[in-house]
Each structure stands twice: as structure tokens, then as C-alpha cells.
Design a protein around this ligand. Structure first.
Ligand code: SF4
Length: 68
């Protein structure tokens, strides 16, 4: 079966294992346990202070930069 071009199959996606735990700790009780979040490491935005924040994307998101 061929994998579809969504973030969870992309080489630039990094799953965030802590997402559900952090959302619950922050008081969001209606978090979907099956929802998986991660970070797109393709184009990290840079800030003048030098820190970088990776954009958060869901496993079923996608863009034109998908790579196996
Ligand atoms: S946003 Fe695009 S480049 Fe980033 S992980 Fe998803 S498919 Fe890959």
C-alpha cells in the first residue's frame, strides 16, 4: 500500500510525544487522545534574538514541500 503525502510520512516531520500530556497538564480535558502533533523541520522561522521555533503541524497536514 502506497503511503500518502501527509506530514506523518514526511522526512521533515518530528512527532511530539509530549503533546497530549502537556495539553492535559495545561487543563485541556477535551484533548483527543488519538490526535498526534509534531513539528515541521523544513523551514524553521528565525528570530532576531536567535531562537528558533519549529512550526507545529498535525500528522495529517501537508504542504508542497513534502519529502519521503
Ligand atoms: S508541512 Fe510539509 S515539509 Fe513540513 S512536515 Fe508537513 S509535509 Fe513535510
Amino acid at each position: 500500500m502506497e503511503k500518502i503525502n501527509i506530514c506523518k510520512n514526511c522526512r521533515y516531520w518530528q512527532k511530539d510525544e509530549r503533546y497530549i500530556m502537556l495539553m492535559k497538564a495545561a487543563g485541556f480535558s477535551d484533548v483527543d487522545e488519538k490526535e498526534t502533533r509534531g513539528y515541521c523541520k523544513r523551514y524553521p522561522p528565525s528570530r532576531k534574538e536567535g531562537s528558533q521555533v519549529w512550526p507545529v503541524v498535525g500528522e495529517e497536514d501537508f504542504c508542497g514541500e513534502f519529502k519521503r
